[in-house]
Design a protein around this ligand. Structure first.
Ligand SMILES: [Zn+2]
Length: 109
């Protein structure tokens, strides 16, 4: 597990000591080394964060396909099923977004 350093200007987290922030461009003296506890939180939550991000992308795809089905308008039952799927996709997406927002506020990012 590499040591993590956080940019005190923009919050970018770097593995190892950076020369320059790749996000905001400040020099290395604006980075602070994270404690092993803080680093562990970030490494430990990395996979779950990636899964939430992928779920959000899949839910967006479901919403897009559902809208295509709604627009196709084959019959009322199909439109109803697609409308439900679109609404459920919104719920799935927002639930994962809320979880990610919680992770960010707890330093699991
Ligand atoms: Zn920065």
């Amino acid at each position: 597990m590499k040591k993590l350093f956080k940019c005190t200007v923009c919050g970018y987290v770097s593995e190892g000591a950076p020369v320059k922030c790749p996000k905001c461009g400040v020099d290395e003296n604006k980075f602070e080394e994270l404690s092993s506890e803080a680093s562990e939180k970030i490494y430990r939550s990395n996979k779950s964060n990636d899964i939430h991000i992928e779920i959000i992308a899949l839910a967006e795809k479901i919403a897009f396909l559902s809208q295509e089905g709604i627009d196709d308008n084959l019959d009322p039952k199909c439109v109803s099923a697609f409308t439900q799927a679109k609404n459920e996709a919104w719920t799935i997406k927002q639930r994962s977004k809320a979880e990610l927002a919680g992770h960010m506020s707890l330093g699991k990012w």
